[in-house]
Write a protein that binds this ligand. Structure first.
Ligand SMILES: Nc1ncnc2c1ncn2[C@@H]1O[C@H](COP(=O)(O)OP(=O)(O)OP(=O)(O)O)[C@@H](O)[C@H]1O
Ligand SMILES: Cc1ncsc1CCO
Length: 260
């Protein structure tokens, strides 16, 4: 599936937060996708129509961005263009919770990605959110499965173990390194990379996401092995290098994916 992304070079239209724009664009380029950042309501409909995937990330949501998300989201849904929603910090304020629920009543995403706190907050399960950081006591596989059934779309829950579920089948991906938590926006970039995979394969959101999570987790393990003596600045650079250099064969051989 990595090869599909590199061959298709999908255009990923990102309406995302101001903190992670550069990292997201570079990470998409590293895996072979083409980023475009555009959040002006006057052009997003047209941009989304030309794109292979639309990312909606609520990290620093403004009223203008929200309007843009509705316009672009409707255009993408009409065209059958895949959408990933990253409801950053949903549950941290009542405004975010209200607005993300409203967004979900207007736009249908193919996948929602969040940490345990965010996905828990979306379905009203017990979870904790402090700013953009969140956690849930629920095991990620069961949370992803429950949320997929409640929300009627595939769900990816990230953390020490990542899970992706369509409500019936769930994959647990046990690759990754805790240093990812020390680099801002690794969850946000992951949302964009999940989308690049989904828009480059016919296998569907579940399989594509499992492959993307394996690629991402293994890239972080490789980066850590090369950067552990230096620190997280070097780790971030090695991570981008590893995203671009990993092969399908290496991912298939080294990944720890479990189907439950
Ligand atoms: N303790 C950990 N061990 C291994 N990998 C981790 C750990 N915590 C997070 N990750 C990985 O970090 C990446 C980002 O997931 P995380 O759940 O931290 O997202 P997030 O909280 O939404 O991040 P952000 O808001 O910074 O974008 C995922 O690839 C996840 O697997
Ligand atoms: C730190 C931060 N604040 C709003 S969005 C964002 C990026 C990581 O989620």
């Amino acid at each position: 599936m990595i090869d599909n992304v590199r061959t298709k070079h999908p255009l990923i239209h990102c309406i995302t937060n101001g903190v992670v724009q550069n990292f997201t664009a570079n990470g998409l380029l590293a895996i072979g996708a083409a980023p475009v950042m555009s959040a002006n309501p006057k052009e997003v409909g047209e941009m989304a129509q030309n794109a292979h995937g639309l990312l909606l990330n609520t990290g620093t949501l403004t009223d203008g961005q929200y309007e843009a998300m509705i316009i672009a989201g409707r255009a993408a849904n009409e065209n059958g263009t895949p959408i990933v929603l990253d409801p950053v910090a949903v549950g941290a304020t009542s405004y975010r919770t209200k607005v993300v629920k409203e967004l979900l009543s207007e736009v249908k995403p193919n996948l929602i990605r969040g940490n345990g706190g965010e996905i828990g907050a979306l379905i009203g399960a017990h979870s904790e959110m402090l700013g953009v950081e969140g956690k849930s006591d629920q095991e990620p596989g069961s949370l992803a499965k429950e949320a997929a059934n409640v929300l009627g779309t595939a769900i990816c829950v990230t953390g020490e173990v990542d899970a992706v579920s369509n409500g019936k089948t769930t994959y647990l991906i046990k690759n990754g390194h805790e240093w990812l938590s020390n680099v801002v926006g690794t969850g946000c970039l992951l949302g964009a990379i999940l989308l690049a995979y989904i828009s480059s394969t016919r296998e569907g959101a579940l399989q594509a996401s499992a492959a993307a999570l394996a690629h991402y987790g293994l890239a972080s393990e490789k980066a850590y092995s090369l950067a552990m003596k230096e620190g997280i600045g070097t780790f971030q650079q090695r991570f981008l290098d590893a995203l671009s250099s990993l092969t399908d064969e290496k991912v298939k051989h080294d990944t720890h994916i479990q189907k439950v």
